[in-house]
Design a protein around this ligand. Sequence first.
Ligand SMILES: *Cc1c(COP(=O)(O)O)cnc(C)c1O
Length: 381
Amino acid sequence: MKNKRLVMIPGPTPVTRPIQDQMGREVAAFGDPLFVNDYKELISDLKTMLKTEGEVFVVAGTGTMGMEMAVANTLKANDNLLIVSHGYFGDRFIEICQRKSLDVDVLASEWGKIVPVEEIEMKLKEKTYRALIVSHVDTSTGVRAPVEEIGKMVNQFEETLFIVDGVCATAGEAEYVDDMNIDVLFTGTQKAFGVPPGLAILWAGPKAMERRKSLGTIPEYYIDFDKWLPVMHDPSKYFATPAVNLVWALKESVSIIKKEGIENRYARHEKVARAMQKALESLGFTVLADPAYRATTLSNLVYPEGVDDAKFRSLLYDDGMIVAGGLGAYAGKMFRLGHMGNVDLHDLVAVMATIERALYKLGVKVELGKSVGVFMEEMLK
Ligand SMILES: *Cc1c(COP(=O)(O)O)cnc(C)c1O
């Protein structure tokens, strides 16, 4: 019997056939008017999608490049910066910013919890910060930051830009750039857009663009807003070769999102995530993130007593499914399951069943079908 391979890590996420087909197309010249037009439409749609009047940049690279691009274009050496870290990716920002000689202060939460908004506010009152950085969803903990609330609060600090890492959130978690007072937001294609890895997408509002202007020439070249802006306004212009097939693939993804409706997509993520989380809890797993701050794009599941991480994940792998391991202190104690983007309902039922089979083979007492039942019951509500 042949098993379909299920890629259930938090990115790359499953890529549906219409998006794959765009990757398989014969490449076009980047100056081909047909491609230029596709690129132009994509840029416009990406602004509409997140309801912003600001700028959008689509540049070949990964989410980490988006992190670097956000910082390089808005801050210079010795600027005060506040990083709120809810895990591994928040911590990655600390390293990026320290290398750029920024004056970094950090508010870090215990893994699974958030830094309360009042605490961020108090810190911002202590001195003038040129930016505040928060990951919307930290993939290492499955914690979702209250971005809307933080945006409201940060609005009172005129000097402070609000930078949001949306790599594990954008196109899955509710985000409206202008309404949420976000100055810079970025993601990578391989997470909730359901496109293969390779493009970073970055939204920048007027305050961020003003800041870029005030910096003059920056040390970075490839990720400089000023180099890309003319191309984003007129994609027939050349700065560096666009990733033609990825641009098409992303355009297909955006077209799928438009058909689904962004609000419906957010609601679907919410429903699926809560159903998955409840189903997995019924098998004895503990969701790491506090229920009030749980992401909808992935779940971080702490093993019940006696389940060996390596054995469990290798059983899943042999059965055709791959999930991610825990990071940091949770390595060996937890696994991470992505359920964002264009996931398929049939696949999700299979995911629950595959997890049950692995537990069963490990000798854990499971009532076969339990989590499948819980999942379906929740989805039918
Ligand atoms: C995946 C991820 C990143 C890094 O993205 P890459 O594409 O792997 O470079 C950054 N931040 C968050 C929150 C992520 O989930």
